[in-house]
Design a protein around this ligand. Sequence first.
Ligand code: FES
Ligand code: FE2
Length: 380
Amino acid sequence: MTLNVPVRELVENVSTPFERARAMPRGVYTSPDFLKAELEQVFVRDWVCVGRAGGLKQSGDYIAFELAGQPILVLRDGEGALRAMSNVCRHRMSTLLEGQGNRRAITCPYHGWTYNLDGSLRAAPAMTRNAAFCKEDYRLPSVRCEEWLGWIMVTLNPDAPPVAQGLAEVEALIEDFDMGSYVETFRETHRWDTNWKVLAENFMESYHLPVCHAGTIGGMSRLEDMICPPGQRMFNYHTILKDDSLKIALAHPDNTRLKGDRRRTTFLLSVYPSLLITLTPGYFWYLSLHPHGVGQVDIVYGGGMSPDFVGSPEAQQHFAAVKTLLDKVNVEDRGCTEAVYRGQLSALATPGHLSHLERPNFDFAQYLADRTGGFERRFG
Ligand code: FES
Ligand SMILES: [Fe+2]
């Protein structure tokens, strides 16, 4: 395999012990060649998260999005199953649906060909005089879609191992949280002016909390309370122990699954390539990222509560306060991550050494080097 320059630079960058490691070279963030490699080797090959399955409850609920340049549709079909398929009309190839919503059938906005929720063609106006046209031959191509702990995961790769197999270690790590039962209460989409990996890496380290978030949560964040173990094959994580100041971040009194310090532990899980989950005993929030060119990132931002909190009006008030705070924290992250991308565009910019609190960033860099450049990773 001939590797392009930024991929070669990345492989060289991660071929060093973590104790001597530097941040990724700037071409990894700014080069269209690297973007091409990561779309082909990462976003086409691995599983990408679309949101929570609970967000598509009714038959006909759908989400449209783009995966590595392919318009995709995920919907709840008439039988109650989740399905993903191409969001491109089989007539003259218009895209079909946008954003999210509910449809009893999928009607193309161009000439009105109409598809059933299983992707088969239901009707096409004025097609009876084309002797070769046969309605039964038409169906929207399906895309692999699996539900894993409540997450909707899709992949364009027919050979990718099932999600639960690739993420078995994540499942084991947080089994007592029962993440599958958490209920989504908000879901938004955003676009920021930074490379997607800058935002992913920002999530992976809490080193920036005291400074970048001085206006919000910075004062509550103690670097000594952050634990950053080495990453695994398909994810990395770090944890923070929360004090009693935010009740909804602690286990509900009725929750007997979580024991000891686990009752006040927040997990920050980064599931490769781009699902970033903050999981607390009482609530969760997440980002699912997709590159939009080198300099922009498309973000799904959602969250909600564990089932023991979701029914209580008092907890809902607490969560509304958490959401207001999270929005402010995100504004700070936006400022910091957009400033990083502007810096990376500078010809004078060079990457510096990593703190021990940036261990997950190094593991993520090795994963990217593995996917794009065949770098062989080693695990404990
Ligand atoms: S492109 Fe869809 S109906 Fe013509
Ligand atoms: Fe942050």
